[in-house]
Design a protein around this ligand. Structure first.
Ligand code: GDP
Ligand code: ADP
Length: 343
């Protein structure tokens, strides 16, 4: 438009670094390769016209760009578990995490409700003051948030990313409003709703748990009716499980997550590959970026060439861009001839 505009910059920026290369990818984002950094921190995207940025431009009514960190490999879809208070979500999730500690990680939500006796800050929830949480909501810290039973609850972008960065599959225990917000967001997830066998049984479980006052229990039971109606209505949840007998329900949960057919089909995170020296150059060939990390004799040349494959790139700001693949060129063929396979 012929004028210089200073944009609002969203997202967490890469830490200061020495030397970088930048490549424009189509019209929507710029790939920035950080020099002198390892493979888990060398790939960054500055988004200038992705769907996320376009949405934010409308919100802020000015130019916006957003940082997103590139992550090698694709994490499995997060699992959203919803259901009325007392139905057994927490019990099912903690059983799953105990049995598969390397596979699953819990998204630790923020809440303004008071901690229960055995709850630990940072483990079960991040217990937060209302004023602080409201400010953080305004600052865009949360992927979703909702007012539930009179308190604020929210999933921060970071809560989900911390789990994915550890190479684990994220489990979110959130209410139906939160599930709806996640469904509308860029986070692709599996949505599971847990139902009680009857309303009377739900009331019995809530009373027996003994963590709420009678008034709080009645409030949760009133809300449970609406939640059950929404949870059972079509379109939002991929699976509905009835938690009657705990063992049977847990086995059904494992079955739908393909966990009781042996461990062979469970993907392990891909190994970390290369580090990028400060001195490097890049060129773009279709969806592949050829990285030359420089300075070698001819017969060594292949060892200094890497391919960053962007053809399966997924998502974007806020947070992470996944689905990247990076490998040395001599994985394709021996010697410099491997380069030919790129075109
Ligand atoms: N939207 C949303 N709901 C949440 C979040 N964390 C917890 N919840 C929901 O808030 C409700 C109350 O949770 P809690 O106070 O721990 O009580 P419980 O349901 O009886 O275990 C439950 O439906 C949770 O699924 C969150 O980050 N976002
Ligand atoms: N299938 C079940 N049968 C009987 N009691 C259950 C069952 N599942 C969970 N419970 C009990 O019900 C109470 C509520 O479970 P909890 O996991 O805290 O629910 P939520 O996280 O959905 O609020 C707990 O005391 C738990 O031990």
């Amino acid at each position: 438009m012929g004028e210089l505009v200073v944009p609002i910059v969203l997202g967490i920026e890469p830490k200061l670094f020495m030397g970088h290369s930048a490549v424009a990818l189509s019209d929507d984002r710029i790939l920035v390769l950080k020099g002198n950094s390892s493979s888990d921190d060398c790939t960054w995207f500055l988004e200038v016209d992705t769907p996320f940025v376009r949405e934010q431009k409308k919100n802020f009514e000015t130019e916006v760009v957003a940082w997103s960190k590139g992550v090698i490999g694709t994490a499995e879809k997060p699992i959203v578990i919803s259901g009325p208070s007392g139905v057994g979500k927490g019990t099912l999730i903690s059983t799953l995490m105990k049995e598969f500690p390397d596979l699953f990680g819990f998204s630790v939500s923020h809440t303004t409700r008071a901690p229960r006796d055995k709850e630990k800050n940072g483990v079960h929830y991040h217990f937060t003051e209302k004023g602080v949480m409201e400010k953080e909501i305004e600052g865009g810290k949360f992927l979703e948030f909702a007012s539930v039973h009179g308190n604020l609850y929210g999933t921060s972008v970071e809560a989900v990313e911390v789990v994915a960065d550890a190479g684990k599959r994220c489990i979110l225990d959130i209410d139906v409003q939160g599930a709806r917000s996640v469904k509308a967001s860029s986070l692709e997830a599996i949505f599971i709703f847990i139902c009680p066998p009857s309303f009377e049984e739900l009331e019995k479980r809530l009373c027996a748990r003994g963590t709420e006052t009678e008034v709080q229990i009645q409030k949760r039971l009133r809300n449970a009716r609406a939640e059950l109606e929404q949870g059972n209505s079509p379109g939002l949840f991929d699976h509905i499980l009835v938690n009657d007998d705990l063992h049977t329900c847990y086995e059904s949960l494992k079955k739908l997550l393909c966990l009781n057919e042996g461990m062979d089909n469970i993907q392990k995170p891909s190994p970390r590959l290369v580090g990028l020296p400060t001195d490097h150059s890049v060129s773009k060939i279709d969806q592949k970026i050829l990285i030359d990390s420089g300075g070698a004799e001819v017969e060594q040349a292949s060892k200094n060439l890497y391919v960053l494959d962007l053809s399966l790139l997924k998502g974007g700001a806020p947070g992470r861009t996944r689905g990247l693949n990076m490998y040395p060129i001599n994985h394709l063929a021996n010697g410099v001839n491997g380069v030919k396979q790129l075109s």
